[in-house]
Design a protein around this ligand. Structure first.
Ligand SMILES: NC(=O)c1ccc[n+]([C@@H]2O[C@H](COP(=O)([O-])OP(=O)(O)OC[C@H]3O[C@@H](n4cnc5c(N)ncnc54)[C@H](O)[C@@H]3O)[C@@H](O)[C@H]2O)c1
Length: 348
C-alpha cells in the first residue's frame, strides 16, 4: 500500500503550481518534509491578500529546500522554462482562480487562469510527460446533484457556476491529452478544504474574523446548506498517497463494491478527496463559536446563485486506491484554524 513517501519510496522531482496558495503551500511543505525536491510556480494573484501568499512562500523558502518561480500560468514561456528547469517526474496542478461567488462577476479570470492556464500546462508537459500529472478539480462539478454520496462515476454535466464549468472543462481537456499523448493523469475533486493558513475568501476565515470583531456573520442559504468539510492535513495525506498511484490504461482497480472512474481509452481517472461526512452550516458555526468561546450574531440570508445545497463525497475510490480517507473531527480542525488565526492576527 502506498505510504506517501513517493513511488518506490525514493525522493522525486515534483513540480507544483499554486505553491503560494492554501493547498499548494501545505502540500509543498509536506513533500519537502518527506524528502522530495519541490519546485513551485505561482503568480501571486491579487484575488486575496498577497501578503498571506508571500508569508506562505517565505516558510517554504525557510526550509532551504524549495525552489520556485513567481509567474502566471498564462505566461507560457515562463511556465515552459520553469518546467524545463525542474524536469519533474510528478506535476501537481493546483494554481487556479478559485471561489464560486467571485465567478459570478468575474468569469474572465476563470477562463484565463483555469482554462488557458491548464491548457498551457498540458501543452508543455505533453512533450515530456511526467510519470503522473495530478490536477485539482472541485466538488462543485457535481452541481445540485440529488443522489448522495457523490461518486466519481455519477453524471456531472450540469455545473451551476462558471467556476465549476471551468473545472469540469479542465477534467475534459486533460482527458483528451491523457488519451492523445499518454500522460497518466489524475483529477481530484476537493470538498471545502479548511485549516491553518486558509483562504480569506472562505467562510471559516470570514466567520472567525467577524466574530472576533463582534460583527455579524452572513449565513447564506438560511443555514440549511451542508458541506463535506475536509481538513487540510487529511487532504494533503490523500494527495501525497495518490502521487504514487498513477492510472494505467486498461487496468481498472479491482476492489469489491468500488467502481473505478478509470477512462476506458486513456490513463486517466478522477478521485474525490472528501470524508463522506457532511455537516450542516449551523453545526459548522457552532464549532467556530465553541473554538472562539463566543456566540455569533447571525445575519440569515437566502442561498446565493452558484452555491450548491449540499456536497457529500463518496470516499470509497480514494480509500481503495490509497488505504486512506479524511476523518479529522470538525471541532478539532476548526480549533486548529482558530489557534492559527488568533496567533497571526492577534490584534484583530
Ligand atoms: N480550498 C478549497 O476548498 C478547494 C475546493 C475545491 C477545489 N479547490 C481547488 O484547489 C486548488 C487550490 O486551491 P486553494 O484553496 O489553495 O486556492 P488559493 O487561491 O489559495 O491558491 C491558488 C494559487 O494559485 C495562484 N494562481 C491563481 N491563478 C493563477 C495563474 N493564472 N497563474 C499563476 N498562479 C495563479 C494564486 O496566486 C494562488 O496562490 C485550486 O485549483 C482550487 O480551485 C480548492
Amino acid at each position: 500500500m502506498p505510504d506517501g513517501t513517493g513511488m518506490m519510496g525514493r525522493a522525486m522531482r515534483i513540480f507544483i503550481t499554486g505553491t503560494a496558495g492554501f493547498i499548494g503551500f501545505h502540500l509543498a511543505r509536506r513533500l519537502i518534509a518527506d524528502g522530495h525536491e519541490v519546485f513551485g510556480y505561482d503568480g501571486l494573484t491579487p484575488y486575496y491578500d498577497p501578503e498571506l501568499k508571500k508569508d506562505r512562500l517565505a516558510l517554504l523558502e525557510a526550509t532551504g529546500r524549495y525552489r520556485g518561480r513567481i509567474a502566471m500560468l498564462e505566461d507560457k514561456a515562463a511556465l515552459a522554462d520553469a518546467i524545463g528547469e525542474c524536469r519533474p517526474e510528478i506535476v501537481v496542478h493546483l494554481a487556479a482562480q478559485a471561489g464560486v461567488r467571485y465567478s459570478l462577476d468575474n468569469p474572465q479570470a476563470y477562463i484565463d487562469s483555469n482554462i488557458v492556464g491548464t491548457f498551457n500546462l498540458l501543452e508543455i508537459v505533453r512533450a515530456a510527460p511526467p510519470r503522473h500529472l495530478l490536477i485539482a478539480s472541485t466538488s462543485s462539478v457535481y452541481g445540485d446533484a440529488e443522489r448522495t454520496p457523490f461518486a466519481e462515476t455519477d453524471r456531472c454535466d450540469f455545473p451551476i457556476s462558471i467556476y465549476a464549468a471551468t473545472k469540469k472543462s479542465c477534467e475534459a481537456i486533460s482527458h483528451s491529452y491523457a488519451h492523445l499523448f499518454d500522460v497518466p493523469t489524475t483529477c481530484f475533486r476537493f470538498f471545502t478544504v479548511y485549516g491553518p493558513w486558509g483562504r480569506p475568501d472562505m467562510a471559516l476565515f470570514k466567520f472567525v474574523r467577524a466574530i472576533r470583531k463582534g460583527e455579524p456573520i452572513d449565513v447564506y442559504g438560511e443555514g440549511k446548506m451542508r458541506r463535506d468539510f475536509t481538513y487540510i492535513d487529511d487532504l494533503v495525506e490523500g494527495l501525497a498517497r495518490l502521487l504514487a498511484v498513477p492510472p494505467e490504461k486498461g487496468k481498472p482497480l479491482e476492489a469489491p463494491g468500488v467502481e473505478d472512474s478509470l477512462s476506458p481509452v486513456a490513463p486517466w481517472r478522477v478521485v474525490n478527496i472528501g470524508g463522506g461526512n457532511p455537516a450542516g452550516l449551523m453545526d459548522f458555526i457552532a464549532a467556530v463559536e465553541q473554538a472562539l468561546g463566543r456566540k455569533a450574531e447571525k445575519n440569515m440570508l437566502p442561498r446565493q446563485m452558484g452555491d450548491v445545497v449540499e456536497t457529500f463525497a463518496s470516499p470509497a475510490l480514494l480509500r481503495a486506491l490509497t488505504g486512506f480517507a479524511p476523518s479529522t473531527d470538525l471541532a478539532v480542525g476548526v480549533k486548529a484554524f482558530v489557534d492559527w488565526y488568533t496567533e497571526r492576527y492577534a490584534d484583530g
